[in-house]
Design a binder for this molecule. Structure first.
Ligand code: GTR
Length: 409
């Protein structure tokens, strides 16, 4: 039997609250050397940077260098999408380093009634053509994950997959509320496999190098970088105002890291991001650091591996990642049946990040008691736990739109 011994070594995932280890949670407002942080100046000058640096070197990994070249090309545009309700733009973004280039496509829908609209920017899993029935969006040629129910068996998307994920993107709701959507297929930026020969990473290799260094970027940081470069385009598009970065699950982890690394994002939404996203690692509830590094060795920096089954020694936890977004609006959302992502750990993380928001006079989550299912709690920091499973639903988008209208301005 060719089963990896790593799989045998994994204990059962814990779903029992009484078995959550007792642990001290590192205080966002005490520096690593023990000094208290009393105000936003001290936070920005002393504490924020050391937390940022830890996540950058020990969790997601550093971007190794700057690009040599960057360009974008608006290759398609129309003002009759969605029955004339929307303007569509398709933009190719090219990134070049060491004479190697990758190109990925940004699909944008903007409400026509709004000359300068705010947009949600988020990655999709199976190609831009899967978020809509719009025949003007080409089928991605990039790597996609195999998926039996979509008939994808050779990592290639087909015409049959057009629109298969449109239920996750409430595009008409966004348009009707004055919001646009900008989306990218994550596989065009970095294919989601344990193979560093392709995607963004290899642009930066020195001669003979085949993978990033231990403290350099995994896929989550590469995806976050791709979002940031998309922001370079979006901030110069005169039809676009605020950009709220959004992501579901692994792409929610990427959205959070993008929000932490790039302050131009006016708001950040984590939808069911779980372990390595919004959930507290030290709770070891559902997916753990050891499990995630075992299943997805390419997601994080090599240096993060040492914290598997060793969360005690982590000098940070994920509430401090959330705090890096402060004072910008942040929405953390869970799903009741998504215990793998640890809804309570996601909630507590938003709660514990809130004391950094308080330094700016911004209201976060005031109580450590979780709200009831389908009872959103919306302040500058917002949280909901939706009924149902790991997914993105119209309900989620309705909450994000309501919250964005009030808090992201
Ligand atoms: C799971 C993984 C989660 C989450 C999810 C997803 O397999 O364990 O951390 O990222 O995939 O992205 O759908």
């Amino acid at each position: 039997l060719l089963l990896s011994p790593m799989i045998f070594a994994q204990p059962e995932a814990n779903y029992d609250e009484s078995k959550v280890p007792k642990f001290p949670l590192p205080d966002p407002l005490t520096t690593f050397s023990g000094n208290p942080i009393a105000n936003k100046t001290q936070w920005e000058e002393n504490r924020r940077f050391e937390i940022f640096q830890f996540f950058e070197r020990q969790v997601y990994g550093k971007v190794p260098d700057r690009l040599d070249e960057y360009s974008f090309k608006l290759w398609e545009e129309s003002d009759d999408a969605y029955g004339g309700k929307a303007r569509r733009k398709q933009v190719a973004i090219s990134l070049t380093k060491n004479k190697r280039t990758i190109t990925y496509n940004l699909l944008i829908y903007l409400p026509k009634g709004n000359p300068k609209a705010p947009v949600f920017l988020g990655y999709n899993f199976y190609g831009n053509h899967t978020v809509t029935d719009d025949p003007k969006v080409p089928i991605t040629k990039a790597w996609v994950s195999n998926n039996e129910s979509f008939g994808i068996t050779d990592h290639k998307a087909t015409e049959a997959t057009r629109g298969v994920r449109k239920h996750r993107w409430a595009i008409e709701k966004m348009l009707d509320n004055g919001y646009g959507l900008a989306t990218i297929h994550y596989g065009e930026v970095d294919p989601d496999k344990n193979d560093f020969s392709d995607g963004l990473h290899q642009l930066f290799y020195k001669d003979g190098q085949v993978k990033p260094k231990t403290n350099e970027w995994g896929s989550i940081a590469a995806w976050a970088f791709g979002l940031s470069k998309a922001m370079d385009y979006l901030e110069n598009d005169t039809n676009i105002s605020d950009v709220i970065v959004f992501g579901h699950s692994r792409l929610g982890k990427a959205a959070l890291w993008a929000g932490a690394t790039d302050k131009r994002f006016a708001g950040v939404i984590s939808n069911n991001s779980g372990c390595g996203g919004a959930a507290l690692s030290k709770r070891k509830f559902g997916e753990t650091v050891a499990r995630i590094n075992n299943s997805f060795p390419h997601w994080f920096a090599g240096s993060f591996k040492k914290y598997g089954n060793n969360e005690r020694t982590l000098p940070v936890d994920q509430h401090q990642l959330l705090a890096l977004v402060a004072p910008r609006p942040l929405y953390v959302a869970s799903a009741a049946e998504d215990r793998w992502a640890d809804p309570k750990g996601e909630f507590l993380s938003a709660y514990h990040a809130s004391k950094v928001y308080a330094l700016y006079g911004k209201q976060g989550i005031d109580s450590p008691e979780m709200p009831a299912i389908d009872q959103p709690l919306q302040n500058t920091v917002a949280y909901h736990i939706r009924s149902g499973k790991h997914d993105v639903t119209d309900y989620d988008w309705e909450q994000y739109i309501t919250w964005a209208k009030t808090f992201v301005k």
